[in-house]
Design a protein around this ligand. Structure first.
Ligand code: AP5
Ligand code: MG
Length: 195
C-alpha cells in the first residue's frame, strides 16, 4: 500500500491535483471536504452539524472527521493506497490517522505540501466562488477565516510529519501540469523504493 497526504492551505490545488494523481497511481481519494459536502447534500444529522462550522470557515470537530475517515478506510479494504486530501488538519487527526493505518499494517509514505501565497489563494477562491455554489467561497471574510484556521491549527500538522522526515514542499503556483509533474517526481522517487 502507498498512502499520500496532499497538504496545503484552502485553494492551494489539493482537489485539482488529487484528480490527476488518483488516475495515474490508482489510489482511493479521501477528501474530508467532499465527504462533508455530500453529508450536507443528503441533509444527514452529521451534515447539518458540520454545515454550521463550514459556513463560518471553521474546522469541523475532530471526532466527526475522524469517524468519517475510519468508516472510509473500513469500506475500502481492497484499495491499493489512499490519497488523503484536506485530512489530517489537526495534530489529533494526525495521531488518529496513524493509529487507523497501523491497524491496516500500513503508514503514510509522504506528505506533499503545496505552497501558495495568500494573495493567490484569495484570488483563486473568490474566482471559484462566482460559479462553484460553495457557500464558503463567496465571502472574503469566510475565506480569510479558513486561511486563519489553516495557519493556526493545520500548518503545525506538517511539523508532526517532519519528525519522521516525510514532508516535501512543492511550489503550488504555475500551471496545473507543471505542479502535477513536480508531485509525480516525488511520488515516483519514493514509490520505487517501496515497491
Ligand atoms: P475543504 O473542502 O478541504 O476545502 P479547503 O481545504 O478549504 O480548500 P479547497 O478545497 O477550496 O481548495 P483545494 O486546495 O482543494 O484547491 P482546489 O483544487 O479546489 O474543506 C472545506 C471545509 O470543510 C473546511 O473549511 C472545514 O470546515 C471542513 N473540513 C474539511 N476537512 C476537515 C478536517 N479534516 N477537519 C475539520 N474540518 C474539515 O483549487 C481551488 C481553485 O483554484 C479552483 O478553482 C481551481 O480550479 C484553482 N486552481 C487549482 N490549481 C490552480 C493553479 N495551478 N493555478 C490557478 N488556479 C488553480
Ligand atoms: Mg479541496
Amino acid at each position: 500500500m502507498f498512502n499520500i497526504i496532499l497538504f496545503g492551505p484552502p485553494g492551494s490545488g489539493k482537489g485539482t491535483q488529487s484528480q490527476n494523481l488518483i488516475a495515474k497511481y490508482g489510489l482511493k481519494h479521501l477528501s474530508t471536504g467532499d465527504l462533508l459536502r455530500s453529508e450536507i447534500a443528503f441533509q444527514t444529522p452529521l451534515g447539518i452539524e458540520a454545515k454550521n462550522f463550514m459556513d463560518k470557515g471553521q474546522l469541523v470537530p475532530d471526532e466527526v472527521v475522524i469517524g468519517m475517515i475510519s468508516t472510509a478506510l473500513e469500506t475500502n479494504p481492497d484499495a491499493q493506497g489512499f490519497l488523503f486530501d484536506g485530512f489530517p488538519r489537526t495534530d489529533a487527526q494526525a495521531e488518529a490517522l496513524d493509529k487507523l493505518l497501523q491497524l491496516k499494517k500500513t503508514s503514510i509514505a509522504v506528505m506533499l505540501a503545496l505552497d501558495v501565497s495568500e494573495d493567490e489563494l484569495i484570488k483563486r477562491l473568490l474566482h471559484r466562488g462566482q460559479s462553484s455554489g460553495r457557500s464558503d467561497d463567496v465571502d472574503e471574510a469566510v475565506i480569510r477565516s479558513r486561511i486563519h484556521e489553516y495557519e493556526n491549527k493545520t500548518k503545525p500538522v506538517a511539523d508532526y510529519y517532519k519528525k519522521f522526515n516525510k514532508v516535501v514542499h512543492i511550489k503550488g503556483e504555475g500551471s496545473v501540469d507543471e505542479i502535477f509533474n513536480l508531485l509525480c517526481k516525488e511520488i515516483d522517487d519514493r514509490k520505487n523504493v517501496d515497491d
